[in-house]
Design a binder for this molecule. Structure first.
Ligand code: ZN
Length: 458
């Protein structure tokens, strides 16, 4: 608030100095989207979020979510107006720096006009009070995400565009922020959100769970999954670990692999990136996939070992190091898939080379296996096609065999460490690989990532 007044004073001074000639700041609306090729309306322009403070209450019996979101952001242009992404809900009130703002709804856009323009560089807070039935979002590949009700709560996942189904957000992977969650549910239910558990306290039949994610997080990695869970807390080398399991699952041995997998990946990729670790094992039959929600991946079923380590490896590649644009999804899925293979190799089972060889035997005529090439899914329908995973993982194994283990493992580690908490592109990976290996890899990556059909020479 104070900074806005300073901004207004600055405008007056400019006008006086220039003798009243129009030299005032040019406040203009922030863009309605962040320009992603696949999800052009996701994210918004004109500001950068620092923190989301989400105070939510959920009633599973009526599937009603009541929320107050306090979004702390910094203007990156002189803003007359800006958007947040929010799907559905009735919005009761929007404040900017405590002052009532006017707002309108336009599809997934919540269009907010503050009482005074926001000066570039100034920090501001937006408070949004909202309530209603949260949405289940159906993606171009027909999978579902968002806030998905379960028998005892909700399975909450946001990749690639489900987060606006439960909170107002700048839904771009490029705008990472910290999060504070306070989620109230009926007594007996557990809320699993990102980061560290601060407290849980029960009053008047409701339990409020407070979690804090103090490291930067892309919006699609947020969760507040709710249900009946057996929650255990331990630590992995001093990092608090939270493992929540739906009591319906009695065979849980796979979860005992978590500490060893974290330690193994830390030994090859560099230190575990975050301040908490864990897993959320829910029963969400309609979802059918797991997601690398930051600090504690969420599973719609009891995972097998490969799925568990896949999601844990994503904490380095996907969560800490995140794509800047969705067509680069192989930077997440190819890396997590190859991580399954190196875990298998580490465990003395099939080596990454053996897995590569078996996959490479797939005939060239099996175009569904080889296409689309992992660096170019073409449309969001193919975002999570098998080829993004398997040919993406094969790209890394082929790279390993081309540059040799010392250079390859240096590339993997440098990629994770130099881009910690950042966002990245495929050309940046290629540049790093060439730097670390001292080799010209343009043709190699062209063949593996962008050329349709089975690679034959590289
Ligand atoms: Zn994955």
């Amino acid at each position: 608030m104070r900074k806005h007044l300073l901004g207004a004073a600055f405008v007056v001074c400019v006008l006086l100095l220039s003798g009243g000639v129009a030299a005032a700041r040019d406040f203009s609306p922030g863009a309605a989207g962040s320009g992603d090729p696949f999800f052009p309306l996701a994210g918004n322009g004109g500001y950068d979020v620092g923190n989301y403070g989400l105070t939510l209450a959920y009633a599973p019996s009526s599937n009603r979510l009541t929320g107050e979101a306090v979004v702390t952001a910094t203007a990156t242009q002189d803003l007359s107006r800006f958007d947040l992404d929010l799907r559905g809900f009735a919005v009761a009130r929007v404040l900017v720096d405590g002052q009532a703002a006017t707002f309108a709804r336009d599809g997934q856009e919540l269009v907010i006009t503050p009482p005074a323009g926001l000066v570039s560089g100034s920090q501001f807070t937006v408070t949004v009070d909202y309530a209603g039935k949260p949405s289940v979002v159906t993606d171009p590949d027909r999978s579902i995400e968002g806030w998905v009700p379960t028998k005892d709560g909700a399975f909450v996942v946001g990749e690639p565009q489900g987060s606006p189904a439960w909170y107002p957000v700048n839904d771009s992977p490029r705008d990472k922020a910290t999060y504070d969650f306070a989620v109230s549910v009926p007594r007996g239910l557990t809320v699993m959100a990102n980061g560290v558990l601060l407290s849980h306290a029960t009053a008047a039949g409701k339990t409020t769970w407070r979690w804090r994610e103090s490291d930067p997080m892309a919006s699609f990695l947020a969760t507040a999954t709710i249900g009946r869970f057996d929650l255990t807390q331990h630590s992995v080398d001093g990092i608090p670990a939270y493992v929540a399991v739906d009591p319906q699952f009695t065979k849980r041995q796979v979860l005992s692999k978590l500490p060893a997998a974290i330690r193994f990946y830390a030994s090859i990729y560099g230190p575990y990136p975050f301040t908490a670790v864990g897993a959320i094992v829910d029963k969400a039959p309609g979802v059918g996939y797991s997601l690398e929600t930051q600090t504690k991946p969420v599973f719609a079923y009891m995972p097998d070992e490969a799925t568990l380590v896949h999601e844990l490896a994503h904490q380095w590649y996907g969560d800490s190091v995140t794509l800047a644009q969705w067509p680069d999804i192989w930077l997440h899925e190819g890396f997590a898939t190859w991580s399954e293979w190196i875990w298998s190799e580490h465990e003395g089972k099939a080596s990454a080379h053996q897995i590569f060889t078996r996959l490479y035997d797939t005939p060239a005529g099996n175009t569904a296996f080889w296409n689309p090439p992992p660096g170019d899914p073409g449309t969001p329908v193919h975002l999570f096609d098998g080829t993004i995973y398997e040919r993406g993982g094969m790209t890394l194994q082929a790279l390993r065999e081309k540059v040799g283990d010392p250079a390859f493992f240096k590339i993997m580690r440098d990629w994770a460490q130099q881009n910690r908490f950042g966002t990245v592109t495929t050309p940046e990976l290629i540049a790093l690989a060439e730097r670390d290996s001292g080799m010209d890899l343009g043709a190699f990556f062209q063949v593996w990532l962008y050329q349709p059909g089975k690679p034959t020479t590289w």
